[in-house]
Design a protein around this ligand. Structure first.
Ligand code: 6LW
Length: 504
């Protein structure tokens, strides 16, 4: 069968996967968005359905004053003795913690703190012992993966942390995971940083605390040498054996906006490549240690087809799964309908950092889309935004000013706030529309062209951080509800050439 990477599209970084109950479960990081840690399930590794979030209560996910791209970093999900565990870092409180559940379709526990530092924590279970690892430094201040034993019932650290591997010398050694395969312990990691130099490395050893011998051909996966290729930044991987005994590597990557345009605004997404073990027990990835957008494999039945969802509406999305809030969900500010939502403005605006604007967003999953939404404003302003962070967002708004109504396109790029066009409309409700491709967004009000803006100025390369663009609905100023109806988002999923290059 043939599938197209990424297999989970849009800002879903740092994937971790486990298998249980005949299914596969996957989690990703979620930064300062609420709820936290999106949770997916699949039966075929290719098609994934979001079943909720791991962190759905403020007691699990305090994001007060979290910076954009702060909050929740990389998670790990594991299944042991009938219980699911998800361990991660809340960088806003500077703590590693885990939650657990015995029913993955219901709520997870309150957080259990593990007082070991670093980020990208992972868990490994063996012989009724639990091992906790994260990135850090050895006794000489050199980057290393640190591992200790913990009491999984309390999070108490039972042994001193030991530096078990220092990687292969790449910067930013992170994302450790440990696996026991036949007679060896395999330790995977990310190096190079989560940008264009990203890579996956690994080593193996006979003892759980090492020594670990690095794979001769590290990095086992990287696209850093593929100039001009759409898929870049691959790294932060999770190795898994499927129910048919085949091995796979889930990992993050991103799609740059053009062959020679090294910008990405959709965020880091979930990619999948097949893994092969040689006769000596060393594994390699794909054809040549790179991630391709098109993957042809006989390891998955040709009866399975990849179903990439193209149309999103209020009616075919789930408020509790597909949509997220900035830092917190204040239920006084939202009224949900089947084909509508009312959003009440508060004193915060999209330009504020560390606050809780009245905003609900869904990830932009493809370069090319056509969006329309009907907005009725009663006071203040409301609109649709392409939101990267408080300093990088494009807003198409309708505002009530002195009993008249205007529509405006406002671009926020770093220190620049620019009104491209402001138009008197003389009514309180309009149909706002955005058309997008890899390079540009075009904005319309009732089919009147309001202007365009380049995607690159919402990219991670310009804005920094760890997120991706969310298509957001918001209300601000005015302290009153605005009404959004008939949200219709149509994606055009480009079929790229066999060489995987992407011409806009
Ligand atoms: C994640 C870490 C990383 O925890 O980014 O740059 C962090 N590398 O692996 C947030 O996604």
């Amino acid at each position: 069968m043939i599938y197209q990477n990424p297999i989970i599209r849009g800002y879903y970084p740092d994937p971790s996967v486990c298998k249980a109950n005949g299914k596969y479960y996957l989690v990703t990081s979620s930064s300062h968005y609420f709820p936290g840690v999106p949770l997916f399930q699949s039966e075929d590794l290719i098609n994934w359905e979001q079943i909720g979030y791991c962190l759905t209560k403020k007691s699990q996910l305090p994001l007060n004053n979290a910076d954009s791209s702060g909050g929740i970093f990389a998670p790990t999900i594991r299944f042991n003795n009938g219980r699911f565990y998800m361990v991660t870092t809340n960088t806003t409180i500077g703590k590693n913690f885990y939650v657990y559940t015995d029913d993955i379709y219901s709520e997870w526990s309150d957080p259990i703190i593990v007082n070991q530092g670093g980020i990208d924590p992972s868990l490994y279970f063996e012989n009724s012992k639990t091992y906790f690892m994260s990135n850090g430094e050895d006794n000489h201040g050199k980057s290393a993966i640190l591992q200790c034993e913990i009491d999984i019932n309390t999070g108490e650290i039972l042994t001193d942390a030991k530096a078990i591997w220092g990687g292969t010398g790449g910067r930013y050694l992170e994302s450790p995971h440990l696996y026991k395969i036949n007679d060896y312990y395999y330790l995977t990691a990310a190096e190079g940083g989560t940008e264009y130099g990203h890579m996956v490395t690994y080593a193996r050893g006979k003892n759980i605390y090492g020594p670990f011998t690095p794979y001769d051909n590290n990095p086992v996966l990287t696209n850093r040498n593929l100039g001009g290729y759409i898929v870049q930044g691959v790294g932060h991987a999770e190795l898994i054996e499927d129910y048919n005994g085949n091995w796979w590597l889930f990992h993050l990557g991103f799609r740059q906006i053009g062959r020679w345009l090294t910008y990405h605004h959709l965020g880091r997404e979930v990619f999948l490549m097949p893994v092969t073990f040689d006769d000596n027990g060393w594994f390699s990835v794909g054809e040549n240690g790179t991630t391709t957008q098109i993957v042809e494999t006989d390891l998955i039945s040709k009866d399975i087809t990849q179903n990439l969802k193209k149309i999103y509406s209020f009616e075919n999305t789930d408020w509790k799964k597909d949509w997220q809030f900035i830092r917190e969900f204040n239920d006084n500010n939202y009224e949900f309908g089947n084909n509508s939502i009312k959003i009440k403005s508060n004193s915060y605006t999209l330009d504020d950092n560390k606050t809780i604007p009245s905003f609900i967003g869904i990830r932009q999953k493809e370069f090319d889309f056509d969006l329309s939404v009907n907005i009725k404003v009663y006071n203040g302003e409301a609109g649709v935004t392409l939101y990267m962070d408080e300093d990088h967002h494009y807003d198409l708004i309708i505002e009530k000013l002195n009993n008249s109504y205007n529509v405006a396109l406002i671009l926020n790029i770093g220190d620049i706030k620019h009104t491209v066009k402001q138009m008197y409309v003389g009514k309180s409700d309009v149909i706002l529309r955005i058309k997008a491709n890899a390079l540009n967004y075009e904005f319309y009000c009732d089919n009147i062209f309001m202007g365009k803006a380049q995607t690159r100025y919402l990219s991670k390369e310009v804005a920094g951080g760890f997120t991706g663009v969310l298509i957001g609905l918001f209300a601000q100023r005015g302290e009153q509800f605005s009404e959004f109806t008939d949200f219709l988002l149509n994606y055009d999923i480009k079929q790229i050439g066999g060489d995987g290059y992407y011409d806009v």
